[in-house]
Design a protein around this ligand. Structure first.
Ligand SMILES: [Fe+2]
Length: 345
């Protein structure tokens, strides 16, 4: 097992190390050749998507070595580490130009998508929302002309610490995020853990952050037809029934619902500025996986070309399919229905 190449930053006593595993060159080459034979489907066709998912999962079972498989199994367990890094994974030998539309280029081969789908669907499920990037199971994270100054996956400016989709009830949103590098030489993704935040927070602040007095707004990347879509009042930082620290903070606006919440939010943001994050450069062939409510993530500002892919994952889609009365193979759900859907089953 390789030592983590990037973390923690020198001089930091509080940033967490992230386990990092590297695929052998031989396995990477063999997996790439096999993946090139698969064709990326029209994901609206659920039969075609399911066939692709099954083929991709079979290839991952064949090419992910025992040590990496065991580390991933431990990561995907409910009490597993909040993040893991995989290196030297397959990337398409010939990539088309970076898609300025933010949508997958039609001519791209499916190598990275085969690896992403195979890794995630061995232990969990991909999840997307019909209101974001046309419900695509795998998102292109690229700077989009005209949107570069937004704090979003389409931007170039520094993207502060946040969780994705904090406006949704926790039982309906993704449990984790995978970021996969196609083109990116030096822009780092930053991660701070909920435990790290708790350790740095004065007790009074931690107590306020654990109260359901914050409402999270819908991010810029969603089109819900309701710009003021907000979560129910919920905590930002809390300990769950397993004793694990959890954190949730929207990338867009957070509305404090009491004067104490307003002060706590201000102090929380100042606290985040003082923490030393783990930093991972998601280079070509690198995958960073993290639990979205065990860490907050952000991104440095950057110039030049950058193309990552992103996939949301969860352990089961049964509740989402049930609540939205969807096909048993569905993986993409309408966030408007989930916002107004029934409570946890
Ligand atoms: Fe994000």
């Amino acid at each position: 097992m390789a030592a983590a190449p990037v973390l923690p930053l020198a001089g930091s006593a509080s940033s967490a190390g992230i386990e990092t595993l590297r695929l052998s060159d031989a396995s990477r080459a063999a997996w790439t050749v096999a993946a090139e034979r698969l064709v990326y489907p029209d994901y609206h066709d659920l039969a075609a998507w399911t066939a692709f998912r099954e083929s991709a999962t079979a290839l991952a079972e064949r090419f992910v070595p025992k040590e990496m498989r065991e580390a991933l199994q431990a990561f995907f367990a409910p009490t597993g580490d909040p993040a893991i890094v995989l290196e030297n994974l397959p990337v398409d030998p010939s990539l088309p130009p970076i898609p300025e539309s933010g949508m997958r280029p039609v001519g791209k081969t499916a190598v990275s998508e085969v690896a992403i789908t195979g890794i995630l669907c061995q232990w969990g499920e991909l999840l997307s929302f019909t209101n974001e990037k046309d419900g695509s199971p795998i998102h292109e994270v690229v700077p989009v002309p005209g949107r570069e100054i937004l704090q979003s996956n389409a931007g170039r400016v520094k993207f502060g610490f946040h969780s994705d989709n904090a406006f949704l009830p926790s039982w309906f949103k993704q449990q984790g995020i995978l970021l996969y590098g196609l083109l990116n030489e030096k822009t780092a993704t930053s991660v701070v853990t909920a435990e790290q935040i708790l350790q740095a927070a004065p007790a009074e602040l931690a107590s306020l952050l654990a109260q359901p007095i914050f409402r999270h707004a819908c991010p810029a990347s969603f089109s819900l037809g309701d710009a003021r879509a907000l979560s129910a009042p919920c905590p930002i930082l809390w300990r769950d029934e397993r004793g694990l620290m959890r954190v949730s903070a929207a990338s867009s606006t957070i509305i404090p619902v009491t004067p104490e919440a307003e002060l706590a939010l201000e102090l929380f943001r100042s606290l985040l500025d003082e923490l030393v994050p783990a930093k991972v450069v998601v280079r070509p062939g690198t995958a960073l996986l993290f639990k979205d409510d065990r860490v907050l993530h952000g991104r440095d500002a950057f110039q030049g070309p950058r193309w990552l892919q992103r996939a949301y994952f969860t352990d089961s889609l049964d509740l989402l399919r049930d609540v939205t009365a969807s096909d048993w193979r569905a993986f993409s759900f309408d966030a408007r229905v989930l916002r107004s859907g029934r409570e946890r089953a």
